[in-house]
Design a binder for this molecule. Structure first.
Ligand SMILES: Nc1nc2c(c(=O)[nH]1)N[C@H]1C(S)=C(S)[C@@H](COP(=O)(O)O)O[C@H]1N2
Ligand SMILES: [Mo]
Length: 303
């Protein structure tokens, strides 16, 4: 890779001590498997005693959107435990040199699992800071071999009707689908996450592997991915299908383009407490390095 992205956030005092201790043990235990966060991760931990930034693991696991398991924020934590996440196969197809049904471990084998502490901004105007563990999507795409002519990447979530009450009730059309332009997918900020705080991804957060695109509204970060397709046209995206006027294909975080029904200028940080003031939302959620991807585009038209 040309360069590796550097975290601009640090883990803070807000993280309960138990999580830190647990995380050290996990890192020690997983080092032999090549899953450890390495020296950089440990250094990060040592520095981590300063700022009040990352959300706690409990917060991250308790307040979710995962409509397959219901529309309430607590529904995923309550209901997603029954989702089957092993074995897990990802179908890779379309404009690739090496299409196939990949066992998750084979798709990730040898790739670098990094920690990425990202701001996460839901279109509903709440936000968190989440320390993901994951691999760059670009590394997976390099492995499967993107063919000339591919312009976009499409993603699909598992459908397990027996255990997904939102699917049984048909709250939105399933499978949940999402898509990115190829250059967005290849950007080093874009990861496929397999863990949080060094622990395996909880089912409600999109186990065993989910997309994370930190400069876009949360709904682009599709969970529990079972299919990745390289295409030559803009793929369908669930919320865009449901209501194109409210949810565009791009959905870049943009404080100057309001949702038709609410302002996007500010956000409520989960865990900030009842009386915490709202904070300003940042263009591209603060990830200015992606601005060149949209040079010359009218971001009001391409919302
Ligand atoms: N398959 C699937 N992926 C999904 C969703 C969903 O309902 N189904 N919700 C999205 C929305 S709206 C958000 S804000 C994030 C929430 O991720 P989190 O629960 O891990 O914070 O997941 C996104 N990915
Ligand atoms: Mo969201």
């Amino acid at each position: 890779m040309a360069y590796r992205w550097k975290n601009d956030l640090t883990l803070g005092d807000a993280t309960p001590r138990g999580v830190f201790l647990n995380r050290r043990q996990i890192m020690a235990g997983s080092a032999g498997l090549g899953l450890g966060l390495g020296l950089a991760g440990l250094a990060g931990l040592a520095q981590a005693q300063e700022a009040l930034e990352a959300n706690t693991l409990d917060e991250i696991r308790a307040y979710n959107n995962f409509y397959e398991f219901g529309t309430g924020k607590e529904d995923p934590a309550r209901n997603a435990g029954a989702m089957v996440t092993s074995p897990w196969t990802i179908k890779v197809d379309g404009l690739v040199d090496n299409p196939g049904d990949y066992a998750l471990a084979d798709l990730l084998d040898g790739l670098t699992v990094e920690e990425r502490i990202y701001r996460f901004r839901c279109v509903e105007a709440w936000s968190m800071v989440i320390p993901w563990n994951g691999v760059e999507l670009a590394d997976i795409l390099a492995r499967v071999g993107v063919q000339a002519g591919a312009t976009h990447v499409a993603f699909e979530t598992t459908v397990q009707p027996d255990v997904m009450i939102g699917v049984q009730r048909g709250v939105i059309p399933f499978p949940y689908v999402e898509g990115l332009r190829l250059d967005e997918a290849m950007h080093p900020l874009t990861i496929m996450a397999t863990g949080i705080y060094g622990e395996p991804m909880a089912n409600q957060n999109g186990a065993p592997i989910r997309l994370v695109v930190p400069w876009k509204y949360g709904f682009k970060s599709i969970k529990s991915v079972v299919r990745i397709t390289l295409t030559d046209s803009e793929p369908p995206a669930s919320w865009n299908i449901i209501n194109a006027r409210e949810y565009g294909f791009y959905s870049n975080v943009n404080p100057t383009v309001d949702h038709p029904r609410w302002s996007q200028a500010s956000e409520r940080r989960i865990g900030g407490g009842l009386f915490a003031s709202r904070q300003d939302t940042l263009m591209f959620n603060g990830y200015d390095e992606v601005a060149p991807l949209y040079e010359g585009m009218d971001l009001r038209a391409f919302y």
